[in-house]
Design a protein around this ligand. Structure first.
Ligand SMILES: NC(=O)c1ccc[n+]([C@@H]2O[C@H](COP(=O)([O-])OP(=O)(O)OC[C@H]3O[C@@H](n4cnc5c(N)ncnc54)[C@H](O)[C@@H]3O)[C@@H](O)[C@H]2O)c1
Length: 355
């Protein structure tokens, strides 16, 4: 089975995807600088995938601490894979920074890691003739969307440096594919709102500091780590006045990565740009109420003023992913809340460490 490099594989989406890929038989090298994750996540990934010492976890999942900005580390990963007789056949590139507010305050860092790190990775891939890449893009590219559900053909109009960094890498990947027709196999996957956790509750989202996103905030309130949720705006033009988003269970998202990779490795070279979302709009209040059901008590919340940068409704048109990959989401909002609560209640302080 093929060997893959997973950058940022210890993070939220990466760790869940590693479980799916290991279970499918892929061998993995995870490169992560642990700036926003814990190595404990990878210990649990190995256990969840049922890898026993006799099967040699060292062969199935090798961890390399290091940055995508460090070409020497990247070259070593590719060289050592060749030396073991199993070259890296594809890369899933999760590594990057993702906090919108932080990107406004420190755009240079975001361009350095998200754009500079991607360039450094792609350079090394090209040098080692590895031309298969799945890139973590984002629905944030669509800014304030002109139409919902949003198709992939909608205008790219990001409204913050984080979104600009994702748009820049997508642009680069398109230029690269066009420069050498028939060579690159690339998927730009535009995630909507990844939430939930592995059904075991062993791995999940573990944000540093105050969560930026709704779902981890709700779960931290439910577990007693935070007092009350603030809902930004109750006067949007939506059915209940709160913002509507497309929440996607992280295991559905993980399966979407496997589907994309399988497609790239088997079909002729191509560049795919796909929305990964459910196509189902869910309001903030619906999330809060469903989470209350899952954890057995209401989640305290207050509706406050709108905050800058939010759009009323963001929902994917996921039909292209179904057509190209045969993939669509399978899990419900109740599944999301049940699994998210399983993780948060069993790990109230997350993994309890970074690095
Ligand atoms: N979670 C979301 O809501 C969301 C939505 C759309 C797109 N994305 C993108 O998906 C990817 C994964 O997101 P996530 O939610 O799992 O985030 P995460 O922070 O949990 O995971 C990212 C991982 O990358 C690592 N990392 C950061 N900088 C690195 C560097 N220079 N070198 C090596 N490793 C580095 C972090 O330590 C972490 O383990 C990111 O690129 C993110 O921008 C996330």
């Amino acid at each position: 089975m093929a060997k893959l490099l997973i950058t940022g594989g210890a993070g939220f989406i990466g760790s869940h995807t590693c479980v799916v890929l290991l279970e499918a038989g892929y061998d993995l090298v995870v490169l992560d600088d642990f700036s926003n994750s814990s190595s404990r996540a990878l210990d649990r990934v190995i256990a969840l995938a049922g890898i026993t010492p006799s099967e040699s976890s060292a062969k199935r999942l090798v961890t390399v601490p290091g940055s995508i900005n460090n070409s020497l580390v990247l070259e070593k990963v590719f060289r050592e894979a060749i030396e073991t007789g199993q070259p890296i056949e594809g890369v899933i590139h999760f590594a990057g920074l993702k906090a919108v507010g932080e990107s406004v305050a420190d755009p240079l860092r975001y361009w350095h890691v998200n754009v500079g790190g991607s360039i450094s990775l792609i350079n090394v891939m090209a040098a080692f003739s590895c031309h298969t890449l799945v890139f973590s893009s984002s629905a944030t590219l669509y800014g304030y969307p002109d139409q919902v559900p949003i198709p992939e053909t909608a205008p790219i109009q990001p409204i913050n440096p984080y979104g600009h960094s994702k748009a820049a890498v997508e642009r680069l990947l398109n230029d690269l594919a066009a420069s050498a027709p028939g060579q690159w196999r690339i998927a730009c996957l535009r995630y909507f709102n990844p939430v939930g956790a592995h059904a075991s509750g062993r791995i999940g989202e573990d944000p540093l500091g105050i969560p930026n996103n709704l779902f981890p905030f709700v779960s931290q309130v439910a577990v007693g780590r935070r007092e009350r949720l603030q809902i930004f705006g109750g006067d949007w033009s939506t059915p209940d006045g709160t913002c509507v988003r497309d929440y996607i269970h992280v295991m559905d998202l993980a399966e979407g990565h496997k589907a994309a990779l399988d497609c790239l490795l088997t079909e002729a070279p191509q560049l795919l740009t796909l929305n990964l979302g459910s196509g189902r709009g869910i309001s903030v209040l619906e999330v809060v109420n469903a989470f209350g059901q899952a954890c057995g008590q209401p989640v305290p919340h207050t509706i406050v003023d709108r905050r800058p940068g939010d759009a009323a409704i963001t929902v994917a048109d996921p039909s292209e992913a179904l057509r190209r990959l045969g993939w669509s989401t399978r899990r419900s909002l109740d599944d999301i809340c049940r699994d998210g609560w399983a993780w948060q209640s069993a790990n109230p302080a997350g993994y309890g460490q970074r690095g």
